[in-house]
Design a protein around this ligand. Structure first.
Ligand code: F6R
Length: 366
């Protein structure tokens, strides 16, 4: 049932092109985005707030970026465990989105229940983005986007992350189009680019795996790793670090690259690899200059960047190549090498990748 892969996690990483294809197919009807009843709220929504934990929280940060930059909807993201005891003041016309793969995470459910109790009349404005519509979440919220990634067995979330991010793209593109923030041509362009991604993910999996497997051997003695990203790829730096921590037990931190000089740069030396996401876009040059600063501290530099960038090979010691895609869609490709790297580091160490110590697949207690 692992499809010939050594672990479920590796199988699920390889499932991702199919998950994305399926996610797009099931939410597009006659080239129109079809997200169901939640669309009836679009005209009235003034802002959004998202509650989630862990990897789902990272997907939410990507979602926030797209909702704000494309759909122009003010959006905040909260750790569900913080929101439930210190929610922001109640504001009407707010859509609250709970993102949870399992639909059973206690803190996320509690945050949504709290929000429901503050909305005194009518159907609560609660949207769930989940892989399990039949879960407790499904019973709690009136609106659901089913991410349809198929059951995920590895404790470390991979394919469900991609599916959650895809749900946010569709929500933001649809909202932007319905509110006439983007034209039909623009919408079609976004969707066409999105539909190219599954093949691009296959390309990464096929061509980059040998280099990543090799690179993973160099992490045998490493104790700390820094992940850098900016803009829409800052959440991917966080996600890369979380994947490494949870399955390999190596300490890792994700930072927005521009924040390095405000403290974390003191950590850098030869023994602390720096993995930077440097794909073309608004903050590309900025990331490269942040990486230069790390280079001056003799850090071992690993870049996740696109093949087309000639600067990249000179700056980094190792390059993990991803196809060049529009900046807005880049998280879908940049996360893949980081998942693979975390996987191979843990697998080389002989660890129980699918069942890391101290972790459960769904966290149903506070
Ligand atoms: C990380 C991971 C966890 C979950 C978190 C939320 O790989 O799996 O961080 O993302 O426990 O779980 P869900 O999405 O089920 O609410």
């Amino acid at each position: 049932e692992k499809g010939g892969f050594k672990h479920y996690m590796l199988k699920e990483i390889h499932d991702q092109p199919g998950v994305l294809r399926q996610g797009l197919e099931s939410h597009l009807l006659n080239a129109q985005i079809a997200l169901g009843p939640v669309q009836e709220l679009y005209p009235q929504v003034e802002q959004m707030q998202i509650v989630a934990c862990g990897t789902s929280w990272h997907a939410s940060l990507v979602g926030q970026y797209i909702l704000q930059q494309v759909a122009q909807v003010p959006t905040t993201v909260h750790y569900a465990s913080e929101f439930r005891y210190a929610p922001p003041p109640y504001r009407p016309h707010t859509l609250t989105i709970g993102v949870t793969q399992s639909g059973e995470t206690a803190d996320t459910l509690a945050a949504l229940s709290l929000e429901a109790s503050r909305q005194l009349t009518g159907t609560p404005w609660l949207l769930g983005i989940t892989n399990r519509p039949e879960s407790s979440l499904g019973r709690l919220v009136p609106y659901v986007i089913d991410t349809r990634a198929g059951i995920e067995i590895g404790v470390a979330a991979t394919k469900t992350f991609i599916a959650q991010v895809t749900a946010f793209y569709l929500l933001a593109f649809d909202l932007a189009y319905q509110r006439q923030i983007i034209t039909q041509e623009k919408l079609e362009l976004y969707l066409a680019n999105l539909q190219k991604i599954p093949n691009q993910l296959e390309w990464i999996l096929e061509t980059q795996t040998p280099a990543i497997e090799q690179l993973a051997y160099q992490f045998q003695e490493v104790q700390h790793v820094i992940y850098l990203g900016r803009g829409i790829n800052f959440p991917i730096a966080l996600e890369g670090a979380l994947k490494l921590k949870e399955i390999s037990y190596i300490h890792a931190e994700g930072y927005p690259a521009g924040e390095m000089k405000h403290g974390p740069i003191a950590l850098l030396d030869k023994g602390v690899p720096v993995i930077a996401i440097a794909t073309p876009g608004t903050v590309y040059d900025k990331v490269l200059s942040n990486v230069q600063e790390a280079r001056a501290r003799e850090a071992h530099l690993i870049g996740v960047g696109s093949a087309a960038n000639s600067e990249i090979p000179d700056l980094f010691h190792v390059n993990l190549t991803v196809p060049e895609v529009p900046e807005l869609l880049s998280p879908l490709v940049t996360v893949i090498p980081l998942q693979l790297l975390a996987y191979y580091i843990a697998a080389h160490r002989g660890l129980d990748v699918d069942q890391p110590r101290n972790l459960a697949k769904s966290v149903t207690v506070e």
